[in-house]
Write a protein of this length. Structure first.
Length: 142
């Protein structure tokens, strides 16, 4: 199995990231609403411009973690969070500040890409390539 590439801005201390993620969670009703929402808007800070950049994107709730991913290839949103992990999630019922944490845990990446709700990605690329090359972040809500 190929290793997931390390990014110089990636947080590699998973325990610290997980504790931070749990500490800042909104109330459980909001979490349930967010988990049931597939399409959100993601605002990142442009790595070159420093200006907010907002896109519509899918996100997923896997193992009590909010995840954004894509097919292998360059993505502006991913490059932006590598430079500045501060993000805002815009859902139909509110805006939520957070931090993006690059997901490098190979087994978690496998769980994400084999989750039935995320099956579309496997129609676009082989599982091994998704696990090693697809951009993936966890959103730790503030």
């Amino acid at each position: 199995m190929a290793a997931v590439p390390h990014h110089k801005y990636a947080r590699t201390d998973g325990l610290r990231a997980r504790r931070s993620y749990l500490r800042g969670m909104p109330d459980p009703d909001i979490i349930d609403q967010l988990a049931a929402t597939r399409t959100v808007d993601l605002t990142t800070i442009g790595r070159r411009s420093g200006l907010p950049a907002r896109i519509e994107i899918w996100w997923f709730h896997v193992d009590d973690r909010f995840v954004i991913t894509g097919t292998p290839g360059k993505r502006d949103w991913f490059a932006n969070v590598l430079a500045n992990p501060t993000v805002t999630i815009h859902a139909p019922f509110g805006d939520f500040a957070g931090q993006a944490v690059v997901v490098e845990d190979f087994e978690f990446r496998r769980r994400v890409f084999t989750d039935p709700a995320i099956g579309w990605y496997r129609t676009q690329s082989e599982l091994e390539r998704l696990m090693t090359s697809a951009p993936m972040i966890e959103i730790a809500l503030d």
